[in-house]
Write a protein of this length. Structure first.
Length: 108
């Protein structure tokens, strides 16, 4: 399995590392190690950021998770791996290095 440092996970999720700390404090993220994040953790951070951007308070999301009424564990499913490329601008959706219209590999 792939693991990411806090900084790398934050970069992949498009958030600041402090945002991941906030999600851990709220219980939305619960990595076994505070500096080792799974691809599912990155997707949970993406989801939390999207929910917050839509006006849903993270405290409410956290309360739902803590009560058992809400789970984001479905984001651990390997079927969501294909979405990982959405946050890696140097990779195409199939995971291969992205190329420009002339076939040259795009370095970002």
């Amino acid at each position: 399995m792939t693991w990411y440092t806090r900084e790398n996970a934050a970069k992949r999720a498009g958030v600041e590392p402090s945002y991941l700390v906030r999600l851990m404090d709220l219980g939305i993220l619960a990595p076994a190690d505070p500096d080792r994040f799974s691809p599912g953790d990155v997707r949970r951070a993406l989801m939390a950021n999207s929910l917050e951007g839509a006006g849903i308070p993270l405290e409410g999301v956290a309360a739902g998770i803590q009560s058992g009424a809400l789970s984001l564990s479905f984001l651990d499913a390997t079927s969501y791996e294909r979405f990982a490329a959405l946050r890696d601008p140097a990779r195409a959706a199939d995971g291969r290095p992205r190329s420009d219209r002339h076939g040259a590999t795009v370095a970002r």
